[in-house]
Design a protein. Structure first.
Ligand code: NAD
Ligand code: TYD
Length: 344
């Protein structure tokens, strides 16, 4: 068994590679990643020298490279994580988001079709449903209503993947997961940004009123669900993957402050994100019923473990907070509030 993973140097992709290579009889893994600002080979240090693992630096939009790699490696399945994954960056600079998420996914699907790859798992997101009004939960048939350039590009690639099944019978499975958190997450997303700012005594920028709701999924639970979908999912199907733990952002932030011992005076309410989705809510009944998967890590345990990881890995945090990060931070936050200080 051999898997071609894209985006395996990012947060979720690297967790998937580490998890899979720790199985009793692990498949071989080829990891194709461009190493953008979000890709980091340090995330793969624990497994980099394992036999059966190969890293290839390259762009998923590079059709000749993707085609040659598939012909050389003949993978049994492709697991497609690579993406520009951040809503705020997609608002500031939509172009790379459209290129990678749409053209990149098209390039991979086309290569899978031409080379008859036996299985293609497309890693999508619950953000394709847009804001879900109370008291509803989105199941897999819920209408798509994406709000940001990021979520619209993910909805487009998700639909294209399904069209490749319907039209060409490329054996596609689509997974739509809720907000992930855990170790190695780049400090642009809510949890790692708030944890790292709290640990450094820096302000915590809360968009709008902080009452937006997200469903939190521990990253290893997400990776186990993708593995279950790969092994037991049905071709042409969509599987929602939620953490079954919905919380308003401000409650998450207060939990982080309590756990790190940082004062509530660090909280800053700043100008809201344009097009901000108010509530994500997801039903994972289908994947639970069909594969037996269920989330194993409670939010309290996952958060405690994540905070401990960021406390122990200050070197990793310092290295990813590059000049590029500081520029992004200034662009995204300085115009929102005069109170926000530059990133360290
Ligand atoms: P990430 O930003 O941490 O990692 C993305 C990875 O893709 C990086 O290693 C980057 O170098 C690579 N990449 C980007 N553009 C590329 C290109 N053109 N060619 C090759 N590699 C490229 O993202 P993540 O949080 O790990 O998300 C992984 C996937 O899961 C994405 O498809 C995302 O939409 C989806 N997802 C994420 C979440 C979440 O909460 N983070 C939730 C649901 C779904
Ligand atoms: P994020 O981690 O960017 O994920 P997504 O937008 O894909 O759900 O944000 C999670 C929530 O946290 C979202 O409601 C926006 C909010 N948020 C803040 O209030 N402040 C911040 O600095 C960030 C990054 C996010």
């Amino acid at each position: 068994m051999k898997l071609l993973v894209t985006g395996g140097a990012g947060f979720i992709g690297s967790a998937f590679v580490r998890l899979i290579l720790d199985l009793r009889e692990p498949p071989a893994i080829v990891n194709l990643d461009k190493l953008t600002y979000a890709g980091n080979l340090e995330n793969l240090d624990p497994i980099a020298s394992r036999s059966g693992y190969r890293f290839v630096r390259g762009d998923i939009c590079d059709a000749p490279l993707v085609d040659a790699l598939i012909q050389e490696e003949r993978p049994d399945a492709m697991i497609h994580f690579a993406a520009e994954s951040h809503v705020d960056r997609s608002i500031l600079s939509p172009s790379p988001v459209i290129e990678t998420n749409l053209r990149g996914t098209f390039t991979l699907l086309e290569a899978a079709r031409q080379n008859h790859v036996p299985r293609f798992v497309h890693v999508s997101t619950d953000e394709v449903y847009g804001s879900v009004p109370r008291p509803l939960e989105a199941d897999e048939n819920f209408p798509l209503n994406p709000s940001s350039p990021y979520s619209a590009s993910k909805a487009g690639s998700d639909l294209l993947a399904r069209a490749y099944f319907t039209t060409y019978r490329v054996p596609v499975i689509v997974t739509r997961a809720s907000n992930n958190y855990g170790p190695y997450q780049f400090p642009e997303k809510l949890l790692p940004l708030m944890i790292s700012n709290a640990l450094e005594g820096r302000p915590l920028p809360v968009y709008g009123d902080g009452q937006q709701i997200r469903d939190w999924l521990y990253v290893d639970d997400h990776c186990r669900a993708i593995h279950a979908a790969l092994e037991k999912g049905r071709e042409g199907e969509i599987y929602n993957i939620g953490g079954s733990r919905s919380l308003p952002n401000i409650e998450v932030i207060r939990k982080i402050l309590a756990a790190t011992g940082a004062p509530e005076t660090l909280i800053r309410y700043v100008e809201d994100r344009p097009g901000h989705d108010r509530r994500y809510a997801l039903s994972s009944a289908k994947i639970m019923k069909e594969t037996g998967w269920a989330p194993q890590v409670s939010f309290e345990d996952g958060l405690a473990h994540t905070i401990e990881w960021y406390q122990r890995n200050t070197g990793w945090v310092a290295r990813v907070k590059s000049e590029e990060y500081r520029n992004y931070y200034a662009r995204n936050y300085e115009s929102r509030s005069e109170h926000i200080e530059p990133a360290s």
